[in-house]
Design a binder for this molecule. Structure first.
Ligand code: NAP
Ligand code: MG
Length: 405
Protein backbone atom coordinates (compact mmCIF):
# COMPACT_ATOMS: atom_id res chain seq x y z
CA UNK A 1 0.00 0.00 0.00
CA UNK A 2 1.28 3.45 -0.87
CA UNK A 3 1.62 5.89 2.00
CA UNK A 4 -0.67 8.92 2.12
CA UNK A 5 1.16 12.17 1.39
CA UNK A 6 0.68 15.36 3.39
CA UNK A 7 1.25 18.91 2.17
CA UNK A 8 1.36 20.94 5.42
CA UNK A 9 2.98 19.72 8.63
CA UNK A 10 1.02 19.09 11.81
CA UNK A 11 2.40 20.73 14.91
CA UNK A 12 3.34 17.79 17.12
CA UNK A 13 3.63 18.47 20.85
CA UNK A 14 5.15 15.52 22.68
CA UNK A 15 4.51 15.12 26.41
CA UNK A 16 5.18 13.17 29.58
CA UNK A 17 5.09 9.83 31.37
CA UNK A 18 2.72 7.06 30.22
CA UNK A 19 1.14 9.18 27.52
CA UNK A 20 4.62 9.81 26.06
CA UNK A 21 5.15 6.04 25.93
CA UNK A 22 1.77 5.60 24.19
CA UNK A 23 2.50 8.50 21.83
CA UNK A 24 5.46 6.68 20.33
CA UNK A 25 3.64 3.34 19.99
CA UNK A 26 0.70 5.07 18.27
CA UNK A 27 3.01 6.74 15.78
CA UNK A 28 5.00 3.57 15.11
CA UNK A 29 2.00 1.24 14.80
CA UNK A 30 -0.96 3.32 13.65
CA UNK A 31 0.28 6.40 11.82
CA UNK A 32 3.71 6.08 10.21
CA UNK A 33 3.11 2.73 8.43
CA UNK A 34 0.22 4.37 6.52
CA UNK A 35 1.06 8.06 6.24
CA UNK A 36 4.19 9.83 5.10
CA UNK A 37 3.87 11.85 8.28
CA UNK A 38 4.95 15.48 8.17
CA UNK A 39 5.17 17.17 11.56
CA UNK A 40 6.97 20.07 13.14
CA UNK A 41 8.04 18.45 16.39
CA UNK A 42 8.11 20.20 19.78
CA UNK A 43 9.16 18.30 22.86
CA UNK A 44 6.92 19.53 25.68
CA UNK A 45 8.20 16.83 28.02
CA UNK A 46 8.93 18.46 31.38
CA UNK A 47 12.69 17.89 31.11
CA UNK A 48 12.88 19.81 27.85
CA UNK A 49 10.51 22.55 29.03
CA UNK A 50 12.89 23.06 31.94
CA UNK A 51 15.96 23.09 29.67
CA UNK A 52 14.40 25.74 27.43
CA UNK A 53 12.95 27.81 30.30
CA UNK A 54 9.54 26.83 28.89
CA UNK A 55 10.32 28.63 25.61
CA UNK A 56 9.42 25.41 23.76
CA UNK A 57 5.79 25.74 24.89
CA UNK A 58 5.60 29.27 23.51
CA UNK A 59 7.30 28.19 20.28
CA UNK A 60 4.83 25.33 19.84
CA UNK A 61 1.86 27.67 20.33
CA UNK A 62 3.31 30.09 17.76
CA UNK A 63 3.80 27.23 15.31
CA UNK A 64 0.15 26.27 15.86
CA UNK A 65 -0.88 29.80 14.93
CA UNK A 66 1.27 29.52 11.80
CA UNK A 67 0.07 26.10 10.58
CA UNK A 68 -3.43 26.00 12.07
CA UNK A 69 -3.52 22.43 13.45
CA UNK A 70 -1.69 20.80 16.35
CA UNK A 71 -1.83 17.48 18.17
CA UNK A 72 -0.73 17.45 21.81
CA UNK A 73 0.29 14.70 24.20
CA UNK A 74 -0.66 15.06 27.88
CA UNK A 75 1.93 16.96 29.91
CA UNK A 76 2.82 17.34 33.58
CA UNK A 77 1.69 20.55 35.24
CA UNK A 78 4.44 21.01 37.81
CA UNK A 79 3.68 21.21 41.53
CA UNK A 80 6.13 21.19 44.45
CA UNK A 81 6.63 17.41 44.20
CA UNK A 82 7.46 17.67 40.48
CA UNK A 83 9.94 20.50 41.09
CA UNK A 84 11.88 18.11 43.30
CA UNK A 85 11.36 15.01 41.11
CA UNK A 86 12.67 16.74 37.97
CA UNK A 87 15.05 19.23 39.65
CA UNK A 88 13.19 22.11 38.00
CA UNK A 89 14.59 25.64 37.84
CA UNK A 90 11.07 26.95 38.46
CA UNK A 91 7.53 25.69 38.92
CA UNK A 92 6.71 26.19 35.22
CA UNK A 93 3.15 27.09 34.32
CA UNK A 94 0.68 24.60 32.90
CA UNK A 95 1.46 24.19 29.16
CA UNK A 96 -2.25 23.92 28.46
CA UNK A 97 -2.81 27.24 30.22
CA UNK A 98 -0.02 28.91 28.22
CA UNK A 99 -1.27 27.53 24.89
CA UNK A 100 -4.90 28.43 25.68
CA UNK A 101 -3.95 31.97 26.60
CA UNK A 102 -1.90 32.40 23.41
CA UNK A 103 -4.60 30.99 21.13
CA UNK A 104 -7.44 32.63 23.10
CA UNK A 105 -9.31 29.41 22.58
CA UNK A 106 -12.28 27.48 23.89
CA UNK A 107 -11.94 23.80 24.83
CA UNK A 108 -14.53 21.38 23.40
CA UNK A 109 -14.82 17.98 25.07
CA UNK A 110 -16.88 15.12 23.68
CA UNK A 111 -17.24 11.59 25.06
CA UNK A 112 -16.50 8.76 22.65
CA UNK A 113 -19.55 6.50 22.61
CA UNK A 114 -18.95 2.82 21.94
CA UNK A 115 -21.31 -0.17 22.02
CA UNK A 116 -20.96 -2.14 25.22
CA UNK A 117 -19.94 0.88 27.28
CA UNK A 118 -23.21 2.76 27.52
CA UNK A 119 -23.61 6.07 29.32
CA UNK A 120 -25.21 5.53 32.73
CA UNK A 121 -27.78 8.18 31.78
CA UNK A 122 -29.91 5.82 29.69
CA UNK A 123 -31.57 8.41 27.45
CA UNK A 124 -28.23 9.86 26.21
CA UNK A 125 -28.17 8.38 22.71
CA UNK A 126 -25.77 10.89 21.17
CA UNK A 127 -22.66 12.50 22.66
CA UNK A 128 -22.93 15.87 24.40
CA UNK A 129 -20.03 18.23 23.75
CA UNK A 130 -19.04 20.66 26.47
CA UNK A 131 -17.49 23.96 25.39
CA UNK A 132 -15.67 25.34 28.41
CA UNK A 133 -14.67 28.98 28.55
CA UNK A 134 -11.08 28.60 29.64
CA UNK A 135 -10.40 32.07 30.99
CA UNK A 136 -10.99 34.00 34.20
CA UNK A 137 -13.74 33.85 36.85
CA UNK A 138 -12.84 31.88 39.96
CA UNK A 139 -9.62 30.60 38.29
CA UNK A 140 -8.21 34.13 38.40
CA UNK A 141 -9.74 35.19 41.68
CA UNK A 142 -8.43 37.28 44.54
CA UNK A 143 -9.72 36.14 47.88
CA UNK A 144 -9.36 37.05 51.49
CA UNK A 145 -10.18 35.64 54.89
CA UNK A 146 -11.98 38.23 56.96
CA UNK A 147 -10.64 37.98 60.51
CA UNK A 148 -13.47 39.80 62.26
CA UNK A 149 -15.85 42.79 62.18
CA UNK A 150 -15.27 45.36 59.41
CA UNK A 151 -16.45 46.49 55.98
CA UNK A 152 -15.52 44.75 52.70
CA UNK A 153 -15.80 46.92 49.58
CA UNK A 154 -15.53 46.56 45.82
CA UNK A 155 -13.44 49.47 44.47
CA UNK A 156 -12.68 50.34 40.85
CA UNK A 157 -10.24 53.14 40.04
CA UNK A 158 -10.52 54.25 36.43
CA UNK A 159 -7.45 55.43 34.47
CA UNK A 160 -8.52 59.04 35.00
CA UNK A 161 -8.67 58.49 38.76
CA UNK A 162 -12.45 58.26 39.11
CA UNK A 163 -13.33 55.88 41.90
CA UNK A 164 -16.43 53.68 42.02
CA UNK A 165 -17.12 51.98 45.32
CA UNK A 166 -19.69 49.47 46.54
CA UNK A 167 -20.08 47.76 49.87
CA UNK A 168 -19.86 44.00 49.62
CA UNK A 169 -20.74 43.35 53.24
CA UNK A 170 -20.54 44.87 56.71
CA UNK A 171 -19.06 42.01 58.69
CA UNK A 172 -19.81 41.63 62.40
CA UNK A 173 -17.99 38.30 62.58
CA UNK A 174 -15.20 36.48 60.71
CA UNK A 175 -15.91 35.45 57.09
CA UNK A 176 -14.50 35.22 53.57
CA UNK A 177 -14.63 37.40 50.42
CA UNK A 178 -13.66 36.80 46.83
CA UNK A 179 -13.16 39.05 43.80
CA UNK A 180 -13.26 37.69 40.25
CA UNK A 181 -13.26 39.15 36.77
CA UNK A 182 -13.57 38.43 33.10
CA UNK A 183 -12.84 40.35 29.91
CA UNK A 184 -15.31 41.34 27.20
CA UNK A 185 -12.91 40.32 24.37
CA UNK A 186 -12.42 36.89 25.98
CA UNK A 187 -16.18 36.34 26.34
CA UNK A 188 -16.64 37.40 22.73
CA UNK A 189 -14.00 34.90 21.60
CA UNK A 190 -15.70 32.20 23.67
CA UNK A 191 -19.03 32.99 22.00
CA UNK A 192 -17.56 33.05 18.49
CA UNK A 193 -15.64 29.80 18.95
CA UNK A 194 -18.80 28.13 20.26
CA UNK A 195 -21.04 29.35 17.42
CA UNK A 196 -18.41 28.42 14.84
CA UNK A 197 -17.95 24.93 16.26
CA UNK A 198 -21.72 24.34 16.37
CA UNK A 199 -22.00 25.32 12.71
CA UNK A 200 -19.13 23.10 11.75
CA UNK A 201 -20.59 20.14 13.62
CA UNK A 202 -24.15 21.00 12.53
CA UNK A 203 -25.35 20.68 16.12
CA UNK A 204 -27.52 22.90 18.32
CA UNK A 205 -25.75 25.18 20.76
CA UNK A 206 -26.94 25.59 24.35
CA UNK A 207 -25.63 28.25 26.70
CA UNK A 208 -26.51 28.84 30.33
CA UNK A 209 -25.50 31.12 33.19
CA UNK A 210 -27.03 32.30 36.46
CA UNK A 211 -28.11 35.67 35.06
CA UNK A 212 -31.16 35.99 37.34
CA UNK A 213 -28.90 36.15 40.40
CA UNK A 214 -25.77 37.64 38.82
CA UNK A 215 -27.42 40.55 37.04
CA UNK A 216 -24.20 42.21 35.87
CA UNK A 217 -21.54 39.50 35.70
CA UNK A 218 -23.42 36.54 34.25
CA UNK A 219 -25.84 38.80 32.41
CA UNK A 220 -22.92 40.22 30.44
CA UNK A 221 -22.13 36.71 29.19
CA UNK A 222 -25.76 36.21 28.17
CA UNK A 223 -25.93 39.57 26.37
CA UNK A 224 -22.67 39.06 24.49
CA UNK A 225 -23.75 35.62 23.24
CA UNK A 226 -27.10 37.00 22.11
CA UNK A 227 -25.53 39.99 20.33
CA UNK A 228 -22.97 37.87 18.50
CA UNK A 229 -25.62 35.34 17.56
CA UNK A 230 -27.98 38.01 16.19
CA UNK A 231 -25.34 39.92 14.26
CA UNK A 232 -23.00 37.19 13.00
CA UNK A 233 -24.53 33.73 13.15
CA UNK A 234 -28.33 33.77 13.09
CA UNK A 235 -28.66 33.47 9.33
CA UNK A 236 -26.05 30.72 9.07
CA UNK A 237 -27.69 28.78 11.90
CA UNK A 238 -31.09 28.97 10.21
CA UNK A 239 -29.60 27.85 6.93
CA UNK A 240 -27.91 24.90 8.66
CA UNK A 241 -31.15 24.00 10.47
CA UNK A 242 -29.62 24.30 13.93
CA UNK A 243 -30.66 26.44 16.90
CA UNK A 244 -29.11 28.59 19.61
CA UNK A 245 -30.80 28.07 22.95
CA UNK A 246 -30.20 30.09 26.13
CA UNK A 247 -31.51 29.09 29.54
CA UNK A 248 -30.65 29.32 33.24
CA UNK A 249 -27.85 27.01 34.35
CA UNK A 250 -30.06 25.02 36.75
CA UNK A 251 -32.69 24.59 34.04
CA UNK A 252 -29.95 23.50 31.62
CA UNK A 253 -28.69 20.85 34.02
CA UNK A 254 -32.19 19.43 34.43
CA UNK A 255 -32.79 19.41 30.67
CA UNK A 256 -29.41 17.84 29.90
CA UNK A 257 -30.31 14.88 32.12
CA UNK A 258 -33.58 14.33 30.26
CA UNK A 259 -32.21 14.95 26.78
CA UNK A 260 -31.01 12.43 24.23
CA UNK A 261 -27.78 14.39 23.69
CA UNK A 262 -26.32 15.41 20.36
CA UNK A 263 -25.77 19.11 21.10
CA UNK A 264 -23.00 21.46 22.19
CA UNK A 265 -23.27 22.93 25.66
CA UNK A 266 -21.29 26.13 26.18
CA UNK A 267 -20.35 26.58 29.85
CA UNK A 268 -18.66 29.29 31.86
CA UNK A 269 -15.25 28.26 33.18
CA UNK A 270 -16.33 26.69 36.48
CA UNK A 271 -19.49 25.09 35.09
CA UNK A 272 -17.43 23.55 32.29
CA UNK A 273 -14.84 22.21 34.71
CA UNK A 274 -17.46 20.50 36.85
CA UNK A 275 -19.86 19.39 34.12
CA UNK A 276 -17.17 17.86 31.92
CA UNK A 277 -16.11 15.59 34.78
CA UNK A 278 -19.73 14.59 35.32
CA UNK A 279 -20.15 13.91 31.60
CA UNK A 280 -16.99 11.86 31.25
CA UNK A 281 -17.68 9.68 34.26
CA UNK A 282 -21.26 9.12 33.10
CA UNK A 283 -19.78 7.96 29.79
CA UNK A 284 -17.29 5.54 31.29
CA UNK A 285 -13.85 7.03 31.58
CA UNK A 286 -11.66 10.07 30.98
CA UNK A 287 -9.81 7.91 28.51
CA UNK A 288 -12.96 7.91 26.33
CA UNK A 289 -13.12 11.66 25.89
CA UNK A 290 -11.77 13.85 23.10
CA UNK A 291 -10.66 17.39 23.65
CA UNK A 292 -9.97 20.15 21.13
CA UNK A 293 -9.00 23.76 21.67
CA UNK A 294 -10.50 26.02 19.00
CA UNK A 295 -9.50 29.65 18.59
CA UNK A 296 -12.00 32.21 17.29
CA UNK A 297 -9.96 32.42 14.04
CA UNK A 298 -10.30 28.66 13.53
CA UNK A 299 -6.99 27.30 14.83
CA UNK A 300 -7.23 23.77 16.27
CA UNK A 301 -5.24 21.93 18.93
CA UNK A 302 -6.29 18.31 19.58
CA UNK A 303 -5.42 16.36 22.73
CA UNK A 304 -6.69 13.72 25.15
CA UNK A 305 -8.81 14.90 28.06
CA UNK A 306 -6.86 12.89 30.66
CA UNK A 307 -3.45 13.47 32.23
CA UNK A 308 -0.15 11.63 31.91
CA UNK A 309 -1.40 8.57 33.86
CA UNK A 310 1.44 8.79 36.34
CA UNK A 311 0.53 5.67 38.35
CA UNK A 312 0.74 3.47 35.25
CA UNK A 313 4.05 5.07 34.25
CA UNK A 314 5.70 4.16 37.54
CA UNK A 315 4.57 0.55 37.03
CA UNK A 316 5.95 0.69 33.48
CA UNK A 317 9.30 1.97 34.78
CA UNK A 318 9.48 -0.99 37.17
CA UNK A 319 8.94 -3.33 34.21
CA UNK A 320 5.44 -4.27 35.34
CA UNK A 321 2.64 -4.78 32.83
CA UNK A 322 0.29 -1.83 32.19
CA UNK A 323 -3.09 -1.64 30.55
CA UNK A 324 -3.40 2.03 29.68
CA UNK A 325 -6.22 3.11 27.40
CA UNK A 326 -4.90 4.93 24.32
CA UNK A 327 -8.27 5.75 22.72
CA UNK A 328 -8.33 9.48 23.59
CA UNK A 329 -4.76 9.94 22.34
CA UNK A 330 -5.55 8.05 19.12
CA UNK A 331 -8.58 10.31 18.61
CA UNK A 332 -6.39 13.37 19.15
CA UNK A 333 -4.31 12.18 16.16
CA UNK A 334 -7.35 11.36 14.02
CA UNK A 335 -8.93 14.73 14.83
CA UNK A 336 -5.77 16.56 13.78
CA UNK A 337 -5.20 14.47 10.63
CA UNK A 338 -8.85 14.87 9.57
CA UNK A 339 -8.68 18.65 10.05
CA UNK A 340 -5.37 18.82 8.12
CA UNK A 341 -6.99 16.80 5.33
CA UNK A 342 -9.99 19.12 5.30
CA UNK A 343 -7.89 22.30 5.18
CA UNK A 344 -5.45 20.97 2.59
CA UNK A 345 -8.11 19.15 0.56
CA UNK A 346 -6.58 15.69 0.99
CA UNK A 347 -9.58 13.35 1.26
CA UNK A 348 -7.25 10.35 1.76
CA UNK A 349 -6.20 11.83 5.11
CA UNK A 350 -9.81 12.30 6.17
CA UNK A 351 -10.69 8.76 5.13
CA UNK A 352 -7.70 7.43 7.01
CA UNK A 353 -8.82 9.24 10.17
CA UNK A 354 -12.30 7.72 9.80
CA UNK A 355 -10.83 4.25 9.29
CA UNK A 356 -8.56 4.51 12.33
CA UNK A 357 -11.45 5.61 14.56
CA UNK A 358 -13.60 2.79 13.19
CA UNK A 359 -10.86 0.23 13.79
CA UNK A 360 -10.45 1.50 17.35
CA UNK A 361 -14.15 1.30 18.20
CA UNK A 362 -14.59 -2.08 16.50
CA UNK A 363 -11.68 -3.48 18.48
CA UNK A 364 -13.46 -2.56 21.70
CA UNK A 365 -16.85 -3.73 20.43
CA UNK A 366 -15.29 -7.11 19.58
CA UNK A 367 -14.45 -7.47 23.27
CA UNK A 368 -10.75 -6.53 23.10
CA UNK A 369 -10.02 -3.67 25.44
CA UNK A 370 -7.89 -2.24 28.21
CA UNK A 371 -8.57 -2.91 31.87
CA UNK A 372 -10.37 0.38 32.64
CA UNK A 373 -13.05 -0.49 30.06
CA UNK A 374 -13.18 -4.20 30.91
CA UNK A 375 -14.24 -3.19 34.43
CA UNK A 376 -17.30 -1.31 33.20
CA UNK A 377 -18.39 -2.96 29.97
CA UNK A 378 -21.67 -4.81 29.55
CA UNK A 379 -20.07 -7.09 26.94
CA UNK A 380 -19.38 -10.70 27.82
CA UNK A 381 -16.29 -12.65 26.69
CA UNK A 382 -13.92 -9.79 27.20
CA UNK A 383 -10.18 -10.07 26.58
CA UNK A 384 -8.12 -7.62 28.62
CA UNK A 385 -5.14 -6.40 26.65
CA UNK A 386 -2.02 -4.61 27.84
CA UNK A 387 -1.06 -1.15 26.58
CA UNK A 388 0.84 -2.38 23.55
CA UNK A 389 -1.40 -5.35 22.68
CA UNK A 390 -4.42 -3.05 22.45
CA UNK A 391 -2.72 -0.77 19.93
CA UNK A 392 -1.48 -3.79 17.94
CA UNK A 393 -5.02 -5.22 17.87
CA UNK A 394 -6.22 -1.90 16.43
CA UNK A 395 -3.48 -2.04 13.82
CA UNK A 396 -4.64 -5.46 12.64
CA UNK A 397 -8.17 -4.21 12.17
CA UNK A 398 -7.02 -1.01 10.55
CA UNK A 399 -4.90 -2.90 8.04
CA UNK A 400 -7.86 -5.12 7.18
CA UNK A 401 -10.19 -2.11 6.79
CA UNK A 402 -7.74 -0.28 4.53
CA UNK A 403 -7.16 -3.36 2.38
CA UNK A 404 -10.93 -3.79 1.91
CA UNK A 405 -11.29 -0.14 0.79
P1 NAP B 1 -4.54 11.19 35.04
O1 NAP B 1 -3.31 11.08 34.26
O2 NAP B 1 -5.73 11.69 34.29
O3 NAP B 1 -4.88 9.79 35.71
C1 NAP B 1 -5.70 9.62 36.84
C2 NAP B 1 -6.21 8.20 36.91
O4 NAP B 1 -7.25 8.03 35.96
C3 NAP B 1 -5.16 7.17 36.54
O5 NAP B 1 -4.36 6.82 37.63
C4 NAP B 1 -6.02 6.04 36.02
O6 NAP B 1 -6.68 5.33 37.07
C5 NAP B 1 -7.13 6.79 35.30
N1 NAP B 1 -6.77 7.06 33.89
C6 NAP B 1 -6.58 8.27 33.30
N2 NAP B 1 -6.29 8.13 32.00
C7 NAP B 1 -6.28 6.80 31.77
C8 NAP B 1 -6.02 6.02 30.61
N3 NAP B 1 -5.70 6.60 29.43
N4 NAP B 1 -6.10 4.68 30.71
C9 NAP B 1 -6.42 4.10 31.86
N5 NAP B 1 -6.65 4.78 33.00
C10 NAP B 1 -6.59 6.11 32.95
O7 NAP B 1 -4.32 12.16 36.25
P2 NAP B 1 -3.12 12.17 37.33
O8 NAP B 1 -2.42 10.87 37.38
O9 NAP B 1 -3.76 12.75 38.52
O10 NAP B 1 -2.15 13.25 36.77
C11 NAP B 1 -0.91 12.92 36.19
C12 NAP B 1 -0.31 14.15 35.57
O11 NAP B 1 -1.11 14.58 34.48
C13 NAP B 1 -0.20 15.34 36.51
O12 NAP B 1 1.16 15.75 36.58
C14 NAP B 1 -1.05 16.42 35.88
O13 NAP B 1 -0.44 17.67 35.97
C15 NAP B 1 -1.14 15.98 34.45
N6 NAP B 1 -2.39 16.38 33.74
C16 NAP B 1 -2.23 16.79 32.44
C17 NAP B 1 -3.32 17.09 31.66
C18 NAP B 1 -3.09 17.51 30.24
O14 NAP B 1 -1.98 17.59 29.79
N7 NAP B 1 -4.13 17.77 29.49
C19 NAP B 1 -4.60 16.97 32.19
C20 NAP B 1 -4.76 16.51 33.51
C21 NAP B 1 -3.63 16.21 34.26
P3 NAP B 1 -6.04 4.01 37.78
O15 NAP B 1 -4.74 4.43 38.35
O16 NAP B 1 -7.09 3.69 38.79
O17 NAP B 1 -5.88 2.96 36.73
MG1 MG C 1 -12.11 19.28 36.58
Amino acid sequence: MEKIQMSTPLVEMDGDEMTRVIWKIIKDELICPFIDLKTEYYDLGLKHRNETDDQVTIDSANATKKYGVAVKCATITPNAARVEEYGLKEMWKSPNGTIRAMLDGTVFRTPIHVKGIDPCVKNWKKPITIARHAYGDVYKNTEMKIPGPGKAELVFTAEDGTVTRQTIFDFDCPGVVQGQYNLVPSIRSFARSSFRFALEQKKDLWFATKDTISKKYDHTFKDIFQEIYDTEFKEQFEKAGITYFYTLIDDAVARVMKSEGGFIWACKNYDGDVMSDMLSSACGSLAMMTSVLVSPEGIYEYEAAHGTVQRHYYKYLKGEETSTNSVATIFAWTGALRKRGELDKIPALQNFADALEKATLETIESGHMTKDLALITELEDVTVLNTEQFIKAIRERLTALLEQA
